[in-house]
Design a protein around this ligand. Structure first.
Ligand SMILES: Cc1cc2nc3c(=O)[nH]c(=O)nc-3n(C[C@H](O)[C@H](O)[C@H](O)COP(=O)(O)OP(=O)(O)OC[C@H]3O[C@@H](n4cnc5c(N)ncnc54)[C@H](O)[C@@H]3O)c2cc1C
Length: 278
């Protein structure tokens, strides 16, 4: 059975028995289906206008779950979103960016999802709604494995919430693939650097994707950079040990060794770009 509800309330009522699959832009859904017929009910959420678009709340910027990558690119957003916008431009092609949604990218939970590292670096939270219930959790806790999340089958990811506290921070996203366009990454890095009035790093968050089952932050490095002068050569402080939290694999795109080397270079470049030396 295929349904295309007009309201969130209607959508979560249909999802309540946990049997139906959610269809949004379909850019991950259909390729994953391959030649198999659909055997479960489908709830197409593309008509839920209330989940589309970006708005400002008191302490948060709210990105509705149905917001497409093209909308992210076109929306006027504070500086700390530069990395997310760059990532949005890397999602497939313009056609994919016009259909593919932010929530779809997060719920699909591919280790190579371009939206994840920049949103981790922005310390984003996600909102999940089911019939009669609404809960929030950090994105860092939501994705728990390769294509595994904490979403229950009766829930919709309705919004991504980014705290406004570091909205003036510099940010950068860098993706390395085997070619320039329409490519799954070998490694990707997002960095957010907040520079204090004294010219020192006040806060920083650095996330790496495609180098572990779940994209993750480099907490050790982040801690070491606090209080360091935010100037030329900041990136050169990054050492291989700082990447110990990653667990890259050998696959058709690259060896684990190459992924680590590439990530080291990307982290250095991203940090240098944030302090204006790239
Ligand atoms: C040719 C091509 C190139 C691509 N290139 C890239 C790329 O470079 N980088 C990249 O990151 N991705 C890429 N993708 C993947 C895809 O476009 C993105 O992940 C996109 O953001 C998925 O969004 P969607 O709305 O199409 O999700 P859908 O395909 O509709 O859904 C994906 C999954 O999430 C679930 N879901 C969707 N929305 C919700 C919601 N609101 N609440 C709960 N569950 C939900 C669905 O049930 C499904 O399991 C590519 C895809 C294609 C076909």
């Amino acid at each position: 059975m295929y349904t295309r509800p007009k309201t969130l309330e209607e959508a979560v009522a249909i999802l309540a028995d946990g049997e139906a699959q959610v269809l949004s832009g379909g850019t991950d859904f259909y390729p994953a289906l391959g030649e198999r017929p659909v055997r479960t009910p489908i709830v197409d959420i593309s008509r839920l206008g209330e989940l589309r678009g970006i708005s400002k709340e008191k302490d948060w910027i709210r990105i509705g779950g149905l917001t497409t990558w093209s909308q992210v690119i076109r929306s006027p957003l504070p500086r700390c979103f530069d990395a997310l916008k760059s990532a949005a431009r890397e999602v497939g092609s313009v056609q994919i960016q016009n259909r593919g949604t932010v929530a779809g990218n997060l719920c699909n939970a591919s280790p190579a999802a371009d939206g994840v590292p920049p949103l981790l670096a922005l310390d984003a939270e996600i909102e999940l709604v089911s019939r009669g219930n609404r809960r929030r959790m950090p994105l860092a806790e939501f994705i728990v494995g390769n294509r595994k999340t904490q979403r229950r089958p009766d829930e919709l990811l309705t919004a991504v919430l980014v705290p406004t506290k570091t909205e003036g921070a510099a940010s950068e996203f860098l993706k390395l693939g085997a070619r320039r366009y329409l490519v799954i990454s070998i490694s990707m890095v997002a960095a957010v650097v907040q520079i204090g009035e004294s010219g020192l790093v006040e806060d920083t968050r650095i996330a790496v994707g495609s180098c572990s089952a779940v994209a993750g932050r480099l907490i050790l490095l982040e801690r070491e950079l606090i209080g360091v002068a935010a100037r030329d050569g900041l990136g050169e402080l990054v050492r291989r040990e700082h990447l110990a939290e990653l667990s890259p694999i050998d696959d058709v795109r690259a060896t684990a060794e190459y992924r680590t080397d590439a990530s080291l270079t990307l982290v250095r470049r991203a940090l240098n770009a944030c302090v204006g030396t790239n």
